[in-house]
Design a protein around this ligand. Structure first.
Ligand code: ADP
Ligand code: MG
Ligand code: MG
Length: 204
C-alpha cells in the first residue's frame, strides 16, 4: 500500500482529533514532570495545522507535511513545537515531489525525522523524550516490509510505555531527576497518538 495526499491530510486531522480528545491527560502527565502545558501546546499546534490543511487543496503529500511542520513550529510555545515541527519537516523533505509514499520511503523519512529531532533537541535514546518513540518507530519501519495497522499502534504504545522507567535527562523533566522515574513522558504520549492516528489511516 502507498499513502496518498488524502491519507496524509487524514493523518494530520486524526492526530488533531486525538490531541483534542486527550488534552487533559497530556496536561496531567506534564503536571507530574513538567510545567503542565503539553496538552495545551499540542492542541494548539495540531488545531492550527488541521485548519490550515482543510482550507487548502493539496496535490502532493510533501506539501501537507510541510504546512504541518510550519504550523507546529510557529504556533506551539513549548519545546515540543520545534521538535515535532522538525519531524514533519524532515518527512516532507524526504517525500518531496512524490504523488504517493511507499513503505520504504516512509521508513527513510522517519529515519530523517529522528535524526532531525535528536539534532534539534541535542537528545538521544533513553533520555525520556519523544526521541524514544520516534526512534523505536524508525527502527520498526526499517525491519518491516509493509504498513500494518495493528503493529504500528502496538509498537508506538510499547515505546511510550518504555519511557515510564526512564530518568529524564533532557527538557523540563530533567529537573525532577530520580523523581521523573515512574511517569510516562508527555511528548512520548503525544507521539503515540500521532502513530495511532497513522495506524487508523492505514486501516480505513
Ligand atoms: P515545555 O517543556 O517547553 O513546556 P512541552 O511541555 O510542550 O514543552 O513538551 C515537553 C516534551 O518535549 C517532553 O515530554 C519531551 O518529550 C520533549 N522534549 C523536551 N525537551 C526535549 C529535548 N531536548 N529533546 C527532545 N525532546 C524534548
Ligand atoms: Mg510543558
Ligand atoms: Mg512550557
Amino acid at each position: 500500500m502507498e499513502l496518498n495526499v488524502q491519507d496524509i491530510a487524514a493523518w494530520i486531522e486524526k492526530s488533531n482529533e486525538k490531541m483534542q480528545a486527550n488534552k487533559e491527560y497530556l496536561t496531567t502527565l506534564d503536571q507530574e514532570i513538567g510545567d503542565g502545558d503539553h496538552g495545551i501546546n499540542m492542541v494548539r499546534g495540531f488545531q492550527e495545522a488541521a485548519s490550515k490543511i482543510t482550507k487548502q487543496d493539496y496535490t502532493k503529500p510533501a506539501d501537507v507535511l510541510k504546512d504541518t511542520a510550519i504550523m507546529l513550529m510557529s504556533k506551539v510555545g513549548g519545546a515540543s513545537g520545534p521538535l515535532f515541527g522538525t519531524a514533519f519537516l524532515k518527512l516532507s523533505m524526504t517525500v518531496k515531489g512524490n504523488d504517493t509514499i511507499d513503505f520504504g520511503t516512509f521508513a527513510n523519512g522517519l529515519e530523517e525525522s529522528v535524526n532531525g529531532i535528536k539534532q534539534r533537541g541535542k537528545a538521544t535514546e533513553g533520555e525520556k523524550t519523544l526521541v524514544d518513540v520516534w526512534s523505536k518507530m524508525a527502527d520498526y519501519f526499517r525491519r518491516e516490509k509493509d504498513f500494518d495497522q495493528d503493529k504500528i499502534a502496538e509498537e508506538a504504545k510499547n515505546a511510550m510505555e518504555q519511557t515510564i522507567d526512564m530518568m529524564a535527562t533532557k527538557g523540563r523533566a530533567a529537573y525532577f531527576k530520580e523523581r521523573s522515574i515512574g511517569h510516562v513522558d508527555p511528548g512520548s504520549a503525544s507521539s503515540f497518538y500521532i502513530f495511532q492516528a497513522l495506524a487508523e489511516v492505514i486501516g480505513r
